[in-house]
Design a protein around this ligand. Structure first.
Ligand SMILES: Nc1ncnc2c1ncn2[C@@H]1O[C@H](COP(=O)(O)OP(=O)(O)OP(=O)(O)O)[C@@H](O)[C@H]1O
Ligand SMILES: [Mg+2]
Length: 247
């Protein structure tokens, strides 16, 4: 999940798409690549655990820091912590500095059907490392004013990453989030579909208070309130995602 615009639903999508895919029987790893560590705490893990920064610093392997969810079968998390703020300045000084995250994940890659990565709201060195490691980028877009603002910069970063570092990087798709049944939301949906025809997921995530409550309990929304529209939306998104990936 990448979008340097803050608060657009990256973490909510990462947690709930990952959990829904796991519930549908896929083996899933969620990597938290944001020093805010919202995906880590939102799934009930300690933000003081050994984490991605320890891997970047060369102290731990991915296998040593990955934690299995006790609440969601088939779901594991590679946690983050505030320590990860240092990565943006330290990675550029490392040998093959763009490939550090890719190299960390390489030994565990084949253990999972899907690896999702929750990025921070930045296009810094750590996010680019994730783009280098990834097969594709999923872009959450909030149904709000200024939704399209900044997407040009994100797309040009993806293009540059493709040209120089990861020729196979695809755009997985745009996911519209926090949809409200009003004219503004409908305008944003229309604009995004007009610009990115064919790349927009059919499933639209509605604004739903349960989605913002669940992380406080350290669980995905589907375990918090299975009948909430947020649960239904993310389960449908997971089905659509799996179908698009021939799974
Ligand atoms: N569909 C939704 N309905 C209601 N609230 C939502 C929804 N999606 C996200 N939120 C809430 O909006 C806020 C921002 O969402 P989230 O943390 O997922 O965004 P983000 O893009 O990861 O933010 P950041 O850029 O800071 O990492 C959170 O409080 C979250 O609970
Ligand atoms: Mg986030």
């Amino acid at each position: 999940m990448a979008n340097q615009k803050g608060g657009v639903g990256k973490t909510t999508t990462a947690i709930n798409l990952a959990a829904s895919c796991a519930i549908l029987g896929k083996k899933v790893l969620l990597v938290d690549a944001d020093p805010q560590a919202n995906a880590t705490s939102g799934l009930g893990f300690d933000i003081h655990s050994a984490n991605l920064y320890d891997c970047i610093a060369g102290r731990k392997t991915a296998a040593e820091v990955i934690l299995e969810s006790e609440k969601v079968k088939n779901l594991s998390v590679l946690p983050s912590s505030i320590d990860l703020v240092a990565a943006d300045t330290e990675l550029p000084l490392m040998d093959e500095g763009h490939f550090v995250v890719k190299n960390i994940l390489a030994p565990v890659k084949d253990d999972y059907d899907y690896i999702f990565v929750d990025c921070s709201p930045s296009l810094g060195f750590t996010t680019v490392n994730v783009l280098v490691a990834a097969d594709s980028v999923l872009i959450p877009v909030q149904c709000e004013y200024f939704a399209l603002e900044g997407l040009g910069k994100l797309l040009s970063t993806i293009k540059k990453t493709r040209e120089k570092l990861n020729p196979d990087l695809a755009i997985e798709g745009f996911v519209l989030t926090m949809y409200g049944h009003n004219r503004l939301s409908n305008q944003v949906v229309g604009e995004v579909k007009k610009h990115f025809e064919g790349l927009v997921f059919d499933t639209i995530v509605t604004r739903n208070i349960r989605l913002s409550e669940a992380p406080g309990y350290g669980i995905p929304v589907i375990l918090y309130d299975a009948s909430a529209t947020g649960s239904v939306n993310y389960l449908n998104l997971a089905k659509e995602f799996i179908k698009r990936n021939n799974g």
